[in-house]
Design a protein around this ligand. Sequence first.
Ligand code: FAD
Length: 307
Amino acid sequence: MSFPDIVPELKTKMPELRGRLLANQSLDELTWFRVGGPAQAFFMPQDENDLAYFLQNLPAETPVTVIGAGSNLIVRDGGVPGVVVRLGRGFNEIKVEEGHRIAAGTAMLDVVVARAAQAAGIAGLAFFSGIPGSIGGALRMNGGAYGGETKDVLIEARGVDRQGNIRTYSNAEMGFSYRHCGVADDVIFTAAVFQGRAGDSVAIAAEMAEIKSKREKSQPRNRTGGSTFKNPPGASAWKLVDEAGCRGLKVGQAKVSELHSNFLINLEGASAADIETLGETVRERVKAHSGVDLEWEIKRIGIIPAK
Ligand SMILES: Cc1cc2nc3c(=O)[nH]c(=O)nc-3n(C[C@H](O)[C@H](O)[C@H](O)COP(=O)(O)OP(=O)(O)OC[C@H]3O[C@@H](n4cnc5c(N)ncnc54)[C@H](O)[C@@H]3O)c2cc1C
């Protein structure tokens, strides 16, 4: 499936654009699930000013979606209309700053930030080593693991809004809650500064090794989107899924992981529809069994193709 090509028209409107703008770029390889249709237009800005210029000149009615490392995403089979933005090289600077701080571009992977902090003897950021996303995704999702959360360590983030204005958000302005950030959905984060504390590199390396070993034992690490549903207040999503008899449940080539019942996996060859239908089937069964409405943690983007 493909969309009408809007790229030539956009390029005409933006003679000074420096980043790459491509039509009907497939997105499946850019997500952990390896499913989904194309982006109508796919934009990789060269830097923050290029992104701001693009958004300032993009027709107001054109939808914009940003993706990071694709570790928390289902791209639907019909693809994503409008523009999909993905940040790359111009957004992966990392700097250790005075006062046990780390500044990072949002294309940087969380694990790289964790490693930089460890090498500099900065404690408090090791939890990032267990989250396979980018810093942009961590800001949007308030990513967290093993007792640490992005909201606990963020000083401030920078972002560009849909009109192309660049601004800084303090921790309070981020409006963080469990796996949620309150900043308008159309803001694309470009950079962040994190606060750690003095630590011992060897001890932090041991902490990271423990996180890695726990993850390897308890989670599938391939063709998945991580935790599918948020934990409802006072309960564990995986337990509710398990109690509803859904561990191992299959739809097409999509399966509820045997290892971790809040993870869905693509056995290879699943469609986005298989995965989403499986997730909805689990929600229905949990609702029928325990009365709890599970809320998707995984973000679903794009359109369902017409039959
Ligand atoms: C094996 C596995 C284990 C996981 N374990 C954990 C865990 O322990 N804890 C946890 O919190 N998560 C976990 N996740 C989920 C996922 O890694 C996190 O949600 C991560 O923060 C998503 O980052 P990403 O770059 O992959 O974002 P994507 O999946 O690409 O996108 C997720 C959301 O972030 C938005 N986004 C991405 N970049 C930006 C940006 N620059 N500006 C604004 N919005 C942006 C997207 O629009 C989308 O809404 C796991 C996933 C997998 C596959």
